[in-house]
Ligand binder design. Structure first.
Ligand code: MG
Length: 159
């Protein structure tokens, strides 16, 4: 049980770190004058904090004292708008894999509370991968077109 909760604590930290990673992408987007993408990344960062807080509250409810571990330096240098969204998609796939690993462990240990808690995250990750994947596809379609990037950035700003 404790090992599973230690792993849940690691996921809480990964969610906080996700926010930090998206903050780095927001800095790149702001520096490159993509105001829409900047806002998109800032909202994503806020959402990641709410994910982390869900883990934190759940752990506290189970009488587990959450630990805030260190974070890696977050990148702020990227090559393009496509580069940050491709990196975001890779990151979300990494997060999905971690959630699935936690679920697998919860099933093996017949921990129903953790399974029920993780259900929301399993669904959420399907949505995250779909929405970021769609943006990656649109960026691929637009390519180097300045008009296309301008319009796509405006669309991202409506999130
Ligand atoms: Mg998340």
């Amino acid at each position: 049980m404790t090992k599973l909760l230690d792993n849940m604590n690691a996921q809480m930290n990964r969610e906080y770190e996700s926010a930090y990673i998206y903050k780095g992408m927001a800095i790149y987007a702001a520096g490159a004058n993509f105001r829409g993408a900047t806002g998109w990344m800032e909202k994503q960062a806020d959402e990641e904090v709410t994910h982390a807080e869900k883990f934190k509250e759940f752990l506290l409810d189970l009488g587990y004292q959450p630990k805030l571990t260190g974070m890696e330096e977050a990148k702020t240098e990227y090559k393009s708008l496509a580069d940050i969204f491709e990196a975001a998609l890779d990151h979300e796939k990494f997060i999905s894999k971690n959630i699935r690993d936690l679920y697998k462990q919860a099933v093996e240990e017949a921990n129903y509370e953790v399974q029920v808690f993780l259900n929301w995250f399993i669904e959420e990750q399907v949505e995250e991968e779909a929405s970021v994947g769609e943006i990656v596809d649109l960026l691929e379609m637009v390519g180097d077109s300045k008009n296309g990037l301008f319009m796509l950035d405006a669309q991202l700003g409506r999130r």
